[in-house]
Write a protein that binds this ligand. Sequence first.
Ligand SMILES: *Cc1c(COP(=O)(O)O)cnc(C)c1O
Length: 502
Amino acid sequence: MQYRSTRDQAAKQMTAPEAILQGLAPDGGLFVPQSFPQPDYDLGALVNAPYQEVATTIWGWFFDDFSLASRQAIVRGAYGEQWDDSQIAPLSERVAGNYYLELFHGPTLAFKDVALQALPRLMKEAVTVTGDDKQIIILTATSGDTGSAAMRGFSDVTGTQVVVFYPDGGVSPVQLRQMLAMKGDNLAAVAVAGNFDDAQTEVKKIFNDQEFAARLAQAGDRFSSANSMNIGRLIPQLTYYFTAYGQLVKRGEVELGAPVNFAVPTGNFGDILAGYYAKKLGLPIKKLLCASNQNRVLTDFFATGHYDRRRPFHLTTAPAMDILVSSNLERLLFDLYDQEAGAVASLMKELNQTGEYQVTDEVLKRLHQDFVADWASEEEISEEIRRIYLAADYVIDPHTAVGSVVAHRYKERTGDNTPMVVVATASPYKFAETVYPAVTGKETAARGLQAIQGLNEFLGEELSPGVKALFEGDQRSEQRVEPSEMAQLIEKRLGLTSEQKE
Ligand SMILES: *Cc1c(COP(=O)(O)O)cnc(C)c1O
């Protein structure tokens, strides 16, 4: 299996370990399979296997440069005791007409753990496979959850340094606490004066700075990315679409081969793209519902074919989805344009230069074959948390609520009664300041840990180990930079001082 950049017309090839170590292609494009795998497999046998086995099989289709033994070892390490549910991604009972796929049972309480417990292990093995033993510098822009999950995943992993940039004032109190309290001498989290897109744009720029890269190489370092642009993050996310389907089949809710729908709370388009890849591999998915919050750039794009990031940026109660440039959409465009890298490159150039682009009617039509898009307002988010709680005693977080609103409205509008899985991307405790007032109907000024305590007392549940851990440990003090100072901060952190520049 070879990989190539979405923007490279020459389609230069690279192995999976190389692509995982590089993170992002030098031309700014994203790595995609040179030719998408078309494995011959028994769907019933696959989806009925334990999570770890399903992951090992799927990774074999995409990561065949890793031996079976190393894939098995990585999967065992990534999906072990650090999860508070042995199924890793359990599916709820039917709740108010839908199933909730709980992806928040990992150590940082959000779905990013699924990939970020795997990525550091994949990178370590990639270093062995390629023989390239430069220190890996993980640069990551985060809307909150990637930061803590990446820091947790790479904590004290030898040969790696992690620098996480998050929007100042744009992450939840728990997300902030997790990042500042994460133990590990190789970790740094830095606030950027700006929003997520500002941070992500600057990170991409630093990545593509050839002069910086050369200096790094001289010092024995290389950049890589833990963002969902990294193919090593994307592929591990395919697994739970298959195991969710398996759980429905096992319970007799779905006949093997019959279709299901997934509603996916979407920001950078990584989670839902994994669902699309699962569908391409033959998993019977009818529609993927792309659910946005008030930053509804994708809803508008799916309606008109016009991508337009020139709009006000809203800070919402679902901050992991406060994004106006959804990077992974580029991988979908690559498919919709029949793998024409030139077309993708020019759209991305337009987006960069003018903040907008328009796809053809034909492409828009193809988009609607697999996807439906809609969004939820702030008010709808808290109403939905309350509705689901009152209907079924089940508590969802604000991101999951966005998916839930969109799923509910889709079913009412279309009458489509295909079984619907709402992807539950975070623990409600991670965003307790929003969940508490929604379920209790009472206003509260409590935020962060205090709000968690309030919610916990109200629900009278045993807290999971991951939530309990939030109350332990000291935190670092906050560090804040302007976007223009990010590169300098990295140089300082890595000891690439200006004297060494000459
Ligand atoms: C990252 C995140 C999302 C959005 O996922 P994308 O892959 O960026 O689309 C949704 N919900 C939560 C809780 C997240 O952490």
